[in-house]
Write a protein that binds this ligand. Structure first.
Ligand code: 2IT
Length: 445
């Protein structure tokens, strides 16, 4: 494989899609050695084929806001790769959404879904719709207008969307309602559904829980335990909430959370009340964490700061792509942080990852650490197909097993001669091998 040539070709074609190019480059650089040991991959042009989405849908979404004004947004669904199963991946509603972001997310999703051990291909979608400040009625009208276009292109055996940033249980409800009305079918076409209409127990918690289970495995390999460790988390959405809850349950102290407005430092750590309040903050649709410090006297709000300026043992970015820069990573390292588990998709810049790896600090990438979310979506699909629902204990047990398998796969492919585990390499190779083999066996399509 000639990475320079492949990247130059993509650069010429998609030069303005910087997140997509970043995600592709990372995967190619880490799989290069293994790829070159398989001339059959090269002959079948697997890399050239895997970096190109199968198809992309782009559509107009018009809706009427509460003041009667007509609003227009753009909707997308990127069906990236279906070698190992139906397209699967979330929908993101955020003003930053564009094709570059959805292509990077869809590309990462291919390997993440392969790592889960479940049969799911990779896809992603969303809209540049901004949920901030919108009423429930506006959110509903937008979701309905979005589904009016999308519904013909998805289905329980073709493409199964779910939530991502800006799309939670409420939005999935509105999207599902409209799909059901149009398709006249009550099927598992979306995951993250409500518990009374096909949702899986533990799905809301799964991304955060799975991430903490993964951290536990990383720590155990170093003969360490999460108990008593300080944890800084960015974000205060669904993922941060699940991670804060599980880390706290296991005896860690979550001392920081953050939002677009700044960071909260709370030396006393989280408790049930504070964790529940994270959800309340999110539900307000205001996208701010500052009120946390007004409600809990031990907490201090630092306007404009990131969680990474706070001294901690373990850092868990749970917000957006590239939220941790090289400089942030250096600051964490100089403050004594010895583990960073990326929970957001591509939350760390290449410079941040390089800094962690250079310092031989435990670092694992989002596609391994956050895979518990989509894995539990896969378990939701299974329950829907079987027309049954499993208990919370059963789902949590399966989630544990899956995270343990993912960790093992990362170590298998990522352990360096000096014993340091390059989890980025491990995750990319393990995911890639499975998809590449499936593509090879299915011929040129
Ligand atoms: O990034 C992700 O893996 C998700 N947003 C969840 C996708 C899913 O289909 O559950």
């Amino acid at each position: 494989m000639n990475i320079t040539e492949i990247m130059a070709g993509l650069q010429a074609k998609y030069g303005n899609e910087k997140e997509y190019l970043q995600a592709v480059r990372e995967v190619l650089e880490t799989i290069e050695d293994v790829y070159n040991e398989h001339p059959e991959f090269e002959a079948a042009k697997i890399v050239e084929r895997i970096v190109e989405p199968d198809r992309i849908f782009t559509f107009k979404v018009t809706w009427v806001d509460d003041s009667g004004e007509i609003q227009t947004n753009t909707g997308y669904r990127v069906q990236f790769n279906s070698a190992i199963g139906p397209y699967k991946g979330g929908l993101r509603f955020h003003p930053s959404v564009n094709l570059s972001i959805l292509k990077f997310l869809g590309f990462e999703q291919i390997f993440k879904n392969a790592l889960t051990t479940l049969p799911m291909g990779g896809g992603k979608g969303g809209s540049d719709f901004n949920p901030k400040g919108k009423s429930d009625a506006e959110i509903m009208r937008f979701c309905q207008a979005f589904m009016l276009e999308l519904w013909r292109n998805i289905g329980p055996d073709t493409d199964v969307p779910a939530g991502d940033v800006g799309v939670g249980g409420r939005e999935i409800g509105f999207l599902f309602g409209m799909y059901k009305k149009l398709a006249r079918e009550h099927t598992g076409v979306l995951t993250g559904k409500g518990m009374t209409w096909g949702g899986s127990l533990i799905r809301p918690e799964a991304t955060g829980f799975g991430a903490v289970y993964f951290v536990q495995h990383m720590l155990h390999l170093q003969n360490k335990d999460i108990k008593g460790k300080t944890v800084a988390i960015s974000g205060f959405g669904n993922v941060a909430w699940g991670a804060a809850m599980k880390a706290t349950q296991l005896g860690a102290k979550v001392i920081a959370i953050s939002g677009p407005d700044g960071a909260i430092y709370d030396p006393e750590g989280m408790n049930d009340e504070k964790i529940a309040y994270m959800l309340e903050l999110r539900r307000s649709n205001n996208d701010v964490v500052a009120p946390f410090a007004d409600k809990f006297p031990a907490a201090t709000f630092y306007p404009g700061k990131k969680a990474w300026s706070i001294k901690c043992d373990i850092a868990m970015p749970c917000a957006y792509q590239n939220e941790m820069s090289g400089q942030d990573a250096e600051e964490l390292i100089s403050n004594g942080t010895w583990c960073c588990a990326e929970v957001s998709n591509m939350g760390c810049t290449p410079e941040a990852i390089a800094a962690f790896q250079k310092a031989e600090i435990l670092f694992a990438p989002g596609k391994a650490v956050n895979a518990g979310g989509v894995a539990t979506s896969g378990l939701e699909m299974t329950q829907n197909a079987m027309h049954i629902s499993w208990s919370a204990e059963d789902v949590d047990k399966k989630l544990h097993e899956i995270m343990s398998n993912i960790h093992e796969a990362c170590v298998r492919y990522g352990k360096q001669p000096d014993g340091y585990v390059n989890y980025v390499k491990g995750a990319n190779i393990a995911g890639f091998m499975k998809v590449a083999t499936a593509m090879l066996e299915q011929g040129v399509i």
